[in-house]
Design a protein around this ligand. Sequence first.
Ligand code: IPM
Ligand code: MN
Length: 370
Amino acid sequence: MHKNIAVIPGDGIGPEVTAQAVRVLNAIAHQYGHQFYYNSALMGADAIDKTGNPLPDETIRICAESDAILFGAIGHPKYDNDPTAKVRPEQGLLKLRKSLGLFANIRPVKTYSSLYHLSPLKANALDAVDFVIFRELTGGIYFGKKELSADGTTAIDECTYNVTEIERVSELAFQFAMNRRKKLTLVDKANVLETSRLWRRCVQQIATKYPEVQVDYMFVDNAAMQIILNPKQFDVVLTENMFGDIISDEASVLAGSLGLLPSASIGGKALFEPIHGSYPQAAGKDIANPVGSILSVALMLEYFGLQNEAKAVKDAVDWTLQNGFVTKDIDPVNFYFTSTIGELIADHIMNKKPEGVNKANIELRKSTII
Ligand code: IPM
Ligand code: MN
């Protein structure tokens, strides 16, 4: 298979984790006889520094011409702490999502028994947790009218949804549920928000086409509690843009680290990115967790229809986690570097286990804080 992949490393730890994800793609290409061609592009603070624009036209063009996009992370503290900044890195990602019509963001959440100890939850609450958040990605408050009054004392962010925006992501979520445990939970705030009531009406109507899918409706405040209290009740969680942003970070504590979660954004194109941010404190230190980015590659391979290849990536990740090959976010004392984890996962895909390759070398690269 031949595929053109746009690669946007972005900010902070983005370039480091993306480099490992590309290494894993190369291992897949090598092992299964595929050709992946990469085109790199700028976005975020990196793009502002180099071009003055968080999303240069060239980046939109490269993405539009690609079969899929691999993206790292976005954001820089110098903008976070300056509420008056006119140009912000995040504008680049939001504009890219909108320009490419990436209306559905899919965030799978699962737990690993070897990492239960990292979660603040008890092991029995984590067993068999396996759900997927469908977050609407190009509407709602993120894209509504924004205003600051002339005297600077009043601000407005408008939240708008129309039926088309709600239906297209909901249809996808129902289809997804049909291939899973056939349960869908709409998370909203229909007791307060008009947009949420429109979501309920649309989802109730679509539900009639999928009689096998059990549909639940849950207010977002309750959902935030249920995700911690009883996460295994969820299968497909469908929600609007901002609620999805918030509950997906919350859900990542079930897995043990924000660094483990991948995501796929689909619609006009398909973009794959870890859900974590740019983590500037770790940038350049080779300590970030590349697993979220590597599992995003698994989602990309599934999107290409390469199920076996995707499974090989997921199996390799499972193998590293089960054998204690983890980054500093998971084990702050005995940890491996970002690049070592990428190498181990790539080697596992190419059937090279570290025992046979270079165990001593790997041990040397392990960092131990005494
Ligand atoms: C995410 C991020 C983005 C979002 C930011 C960086 C704009 O938090 O992908 O979850 O809020 O959508
Ligand atoms: Mn987020």
